[in-house]
Write a protein that binds this ligand. Structure first.
Ligand code: XLS
Ligand code: NI
Ligand code: NI
Length: 439
């Protein structure tokens, strides 16, 4: 498979079970296997990203791209863009991945004018639509790339220049319409350069007002064209700007609430962004679920030894277990899914590495799903947490929760009750061992 020139040459990737040593087979992802009443395919809702998988040349700040992509002539022509669509759908079909996601500029070349860019996008959307029909593969979400072109060096929604804001908003309009046309299940806003490098040149409040304005305009347009899917904001701190406004889940939720946008937005949470923000992925998921705002997941992982967004394929079973515990807890995805916003390493430059990478991610999540479901069936972890809060279930604790007592009542209660010592251990080590019993 070293000299793969097209994904057509690949066999169909099927489930062969944990004992298989075939690198082109799933060891754990068995699409039709039922877990907690749904098939793995329905639970996991895997999605391939167009930008990393089909457009990333695998360059880094010290060296040129290494990726070998024999079907791609390296040009920015429309013909090449259409050819890529063919390869992308063959790739997804061979893997049995039901969804994909794109930025407008990943799929179609930017033209000399917005009108030309829009026409290019329409032409590629014709191809995408035809391939979606033919294969049954669906669009998980679409988005506009508002961060690559030099015009967006200072942001789009938060650009200090009103004309640049307008250009970005016009681009969002078109990307939203194309997403709608392709029956996208959702639409993402990742605030690429919505942030700042120094306050010496920045009116923060005004920029935030403008960002909210852009999102409100998009909500208005979504209603106008009848797009039913949710909007998602994708939190990420730093990278590229020093201070990103949408730095983590809490910051995004606060922004959405402050500007009255929470009815229209959920969050698209990415593991490597969580870790860059100094959180675990499970923390970010928990924060979003608490606000009923977990929409979708950009499934990757970071290298904790380096401080940037390495966007690696998620192969850590501890991580996938923790993620699937939360997804199951919230009752599963509705419009969201597990979107592999991940890229192969610069050293993994052959086409076949894209296949191995996706198999690895899908198998890691399939295991995570099975393990999470076993942990839930066992019930010890859940019971421990429930017991830990038992004093709130009845008696005085329940009265506090219900708002039936004042600080005077509480003081009287404590006076009568007397002094306290901690009476239940946190048992962290025991709980970690219980998790290990399933992994
Ligand atoms: C970049 C983001 C980006 C979004 C879509 O770090 O993860 O890829 O998912 O714009
Ligand atoms: Ni992402
Ligand atoms: Ni990322």
């Amino acid at each position: 498979m070293k000299n793969l020139t097209s994904f057509n040459e690949l066999p169909q990737i099927t489930f062969e079970g944990p004992k298989s040593k075939n690198p082109l087979a799933f060891k754990h992802y068995n699409a039709d296997e039922v877990v907690e009443g749904k098939t793995m395919k329905e639970h996991l809702r895997f999605s391939v990203v167009y930008w990393h998988t089909f457009r990333n040349p695998l360059a880094d700040p010290f060296g040129a791209g290494t990726a070998l992509r024999p079907w791609d002539d390296g040009s920015d022509s429309l013909a090449n863009a259409k050819n890529r669509v063919q390869e992308a759908f063959t790739f997804m079909q061979k893997l049995g991945v039901p969804f994909y996601a794109f930025h407008d500029r990943d799929v179609a070349p930017e033209g000399k004018t917005l009108a030309e860019s829009n026409a290019n996008l329409d032409a590629v959307a014709d191809e995408l639509e035809a391939h979606q029909k033919e294969t049954g593969i669906k669009l998980l979400w679409g988005t506009a790339c508002l961060f690559t072109h030099p015009r967006y060096a200072m942001g789009a929604g938060t650009a200090p220049n009103a004309d640049i804001f307008a250009y970005g908003a016009a681009q969002v309009k078109k990307a939203l319409e194309v997403t709608h046309r392709l029956n996208g299940e959702g639409y993402v806003f990742w605030g690429g350069r919505e942030g700042y490098a120094t306050l010496l040149n920045t009116d923060m409040k005004r920029e935030l007002d403008h960002l909210a304005k852009l999102l409100h305009l998009a909500v208005e347009h979504k209603k106008k064209i009848g797009f039913k899917g949710p909007f998602y904001i994708e939190p990420k701190p730093m990278e590229p700007t020093t201070h990103q406004y949408d730095s983590d889940v809490a910051a995004c939720l606060n922004f959405l609430r402050e500007y009255d946008l929470l009815d229209y937005f959920k969050l698209n949470i990415e593991t490597n962004h969580a870790t860059l923000a100094g959180h675990t992925m499970q923390h970010e998921l928990e924060a979003a679920i608490g606000a009923d705002a977990l929409g979708s997941i950009d499934a990757n992982m970071g290298d904790t030894l380096v401080g940037w967004d390495t966007d690696q394929f998620p192969t850590d079973i501890y991580l996938t277990t923790q993620i699937m515990l939360r997804v199951l807890k919230m009752g599963g995805f509705t419009t969201g899914g597990l979107n592999f916003d991940a890229k192969v390493r610069r050293e993994s430059f052959e086409p076949i590495d894209l296949v191995y990478a996706h198999i690895a991610g899908m198998d890691a999540f399939a295991r995570g799903l099975k393990i999470a479901s076993e942990i839930r069936a066992d019930g010890r972890l859940e019971q421990f947490v429930k017991d830990r809060y038992a004093t709130w279930d009845s008696g005085f604790g329940a009265k506090i929760e219900k708002g039936e007592v004042s600080l005077e009542d509480i003081e009287a209660y404590v006076m009568e009750k007397g002094e306290l010592t901690p009476n239940t251990s946190g048992r962290q080590e025991l709980l970690e061992d219980i998790v290990n019993q399933f992994i």
